[in-house]
Structures are given as structure tokens and as C-alpha cells.
Design a protein around this ligand. Structure first.
Ligand code: SF4
Length: 339
């Protein structure tokens, strides 16, 4: 056998022309297109807010046996516990996470009682007590809607009934409207070591147009107060793409975030979902459409450059930390592919 015969045959590779439009037959849409302006052209506009989770439905008749089997098994991986608080003071026009309005103190107390009972229910089951929990996330809705005494009670119950790791991240999410000193102190005393707050934009006109309540000055005052306790990471969400939002207001949002000395910032692109009130407002001409795709891309690029220049550490596509107090455990453990 000569050398030529010994050489294995190399298969012809499929060559993809990345410069063709996305609907070109040979192109695969999950691959980036090579262009001079990748931030707007590399992919079509995204449509999902979360990656899919690995799950399958269970028939109602099978539920008791499936639950029984699962609760007897210790967890195998690092774990997050997510607790949903379904209330909001008011509905923001763009939001699909809205569930129900917050009305009375009795509602808050009843919710806290039920949640605590639920944590007690499996407290002696291997699925709950065998392995440590590494992150707890109170999301919603708006967990800050609960009364101060109930915030304290549910956090104490988390520490009592869940086997928290010593370095467990406990995030309390919410909005700054109505988040007074009493609630902040209850959350801190209860053990929250991270706050994730939906600011969206500091610009008063832009935020109030989409149903947010506080003014820029109120937000800055409340954030400054929360950080003055120096007990927990303070992280905010910013969103680009709102009606009336401009590059100038967005740059101001980034500047204020940096000036405040926050521990972390998320910068999300607004998605105007068809089922959202905002979609109807824009369709009916009650509000103008927000910045176009090219401008939103520019806004994202400004976020990347601004945070990099300020020396912030980029923890995921859309999340930055100014220091090591912000660890972003919950998101990292829930969606490791974004980290
Ligand atoms: S407060 Fe948060 S969850 Fe409630 S409607 Fe507004 S954005 Fe949605």
C-alpha cells in the first residue's frame, strides 16, 4: 500500500454563503451572518425572552405519584429556589408578568401564611432538606408589594425551612415605588443579600408614559437610601426601546447608574408583545412606537462601551457588575448558557 492509499478520504465540506439573505435556502439561521454592521445584521430580531427549559407535562391523574417520587429524591445539582409573589401596585403597559393587583394588607398576610405552610410541607422530604440551596429568588409580580412584617416573615421562613448554603444568594425583587425604609429594613433583617429593582429608565416622562410611577428624583433618593445600608448588592434593570426614549435619555440612564455606584445593572431590549397593553396603545396611536431596530442596536452598543469604559465586569450578554458583591448566582445557576 503506498502513502496515497493510506490517506483517509476527506469529505467535501458544505460551504455556507453568509452574505446571502437569511431566507436563502442553504443558509442556517442560527449562524451569524458576516456583515459590516454585525450589531444590526448578524441575526434577525430575537423573539424569545428566555431559553426553553427541559420539561414535559404531567397528566393530572399521575401527579400524586410523580410528586411522591420526586420529593423522595435528593437534588443532584446546585439549586435555586424561586418564589413568586404575584402582586403589583399597578400594571406597567409593556409587561406580561403582571398577575393581579395588590389591594389589602390582609392579602399580604394570607399570601405569607400560605407560602410559609408550603415551605413547611416538604421540610422533612429529601428533595428539600438533603442538599444545600445556593440561591433564592423572590420574583413576581412585585415582592416589594408585601407588607414589611410579611417580608420579614417569609424571609425568616426561607432561612428556617430551606437548607441554605452558607454563601446562598437571597434576592428580593421589586420596584422602588412604595419600597419604604420599613420594607427595606425588614428585607435586610430577614436576610436578603441582593436587591433586583425594576427601574427600566430614570427619565420621568418615558417611565410614566408606560405606567411606572416614580419620578427620576424619587428613584435616585430610594436607591441611595437602599445602598446606604451597605448590607446587600443593589442591582437594577434598565430597558431600551420605550416610546419617547432617545439616545440622550438612554445615555443619561447609563450615566446615573454609574454615578450611583450600583453593584449591578441589566440592560434589556424592550419587546412589545402583541398581548401587552403597550401594543394596543401604539396601534391606536395613543403612544408613539419606540426607537427602531437600528437605534436599539446603537443603545445596546452604548451600554457595552459605557460599562466597559467604567471598568464594570460583564457577567452575561446583558448584565454588568461594578464589583464582586454582585455575583448573579440565580441567573447563572438557572440559565448557565447565558453566563
Ligand atoms: S411591576 Fe413589574 S411585574 Fe408588575 S406590571 Fe410592572 S413590570 Fe410587570
Amino acid at each position: 500500500m503506498n502513502a496515497r492509499e493510506e490517506t483517509p478520504q476527506v469529505k467535501q465540506k458544505t460551504v455556507i454563503d453568509f452574505r446571502k439573505p437569511f431566507n436563502a435556502p442553504q443558509e442556517q439561521p442560527w449562524l451569524a451572518r458576516v456583515t459590516d454592521n454585525p450589531i444590526t445584521d448578524a441575526f434577525p430580531e430575537s423573539i424569545d425572552i428566555h431559553p426553553g427549559l427541559d420539561a414535559s407535562p404531567v397528566l393530572p391523574t399521575e401527579l400524586p405519584s410523580v410528586l411522591n417520587r420526586l420529593t423522595e429524591q435528593p437534588r443532584k445539582r446546585r439549586t435555586v429556589a424561586y418564589i413568586n409573589v404575584p402582586y403589583c401596585e399597578t400594571r406597567c403597559l409593556y409587561c406580561l408578568f403582571y398577575i393581579k393587583p395588590y389591594r389589602t394588607k390582609e392579602e399580604s398576610a394570607a399570601y405569607a401564611d400560605t407560602l410559609i405552610k408550603e415551605m413547611q410541607l416538604w421540610a422533612d422530604k429529601p428533595v428539600q432538606n438533603k442538599e444545600p440551596v445556593h440561591a433564592v429568588y423572590f420574583g413576581g409580580g412585585t415582592p416589594t408589594a408585601l407588607e414589611a412584617s410579611d417580608i420579614r416573615r417569609v424571609l425568616e421562613a426561607v432561612r428556617k425551612y430551606l437548607p441554605l448554603a452558607n454563601d446562598c444568594e437571597i434576592t428580593y425583587e421589586g420596584r422602588l415605588s412604595g419600597f419604604g425604609d420599613d420594607k427595606m429594613e425588614a428585607a435586610i433583617e430577614g436576610g436578603a443579600n441582593r436587591f433586583s429593582l425594576g427601574v427600566q429608565t430614570f427619565d420621568t416622562k418615558v417611565r410614566q408614559a408606560v405606567g411606572r410611577r416614580s419620578s427620576k428624583e424619587e428613584l435616585i433618593q430610594r436607591l441611595t437610601r437602599l445602598m446606604s445600608y451597605n448590607q446587600a448588592a443593589v442591582v437594577i434593570d434598565l430597558i431600551y426601546g420605550f416610546p419617547y426614549q432617545t439616545l440622550e435619555t438612554w445615555l443619561e440612564d447609563l450615566q446615573i447608574s454609574k454615578d450611583l455606584g450600583l453593584d449591578g445593572v441589566d440592560c434589556y431590549q424592550l419587546r412589545v408583545f402583541e398581548r401587552s397593553p403597550l401594543h394596543k396603545y401604539i396601534a391606536n396611536g395613543k403612544l408613539p412606537a419606540g426607537p427602531d431596530h437600528a437605534m436599539r442596536a446603537r443603545m445596546f452598543r452604548e451600554a457595552v462601551f459605557n460599562m466597559r469604559e467604567a471598568g464594570w465586569n460583564r457577567l452575561s450578554i446583558s448584565h454588568w457588575a461594578s464589583n464582586t458583591r454582585e455575583r448573579n448566582f440565580y441567573n447563572y445557576l438557572s440559565f448557565p448558557e447565558i453566563g
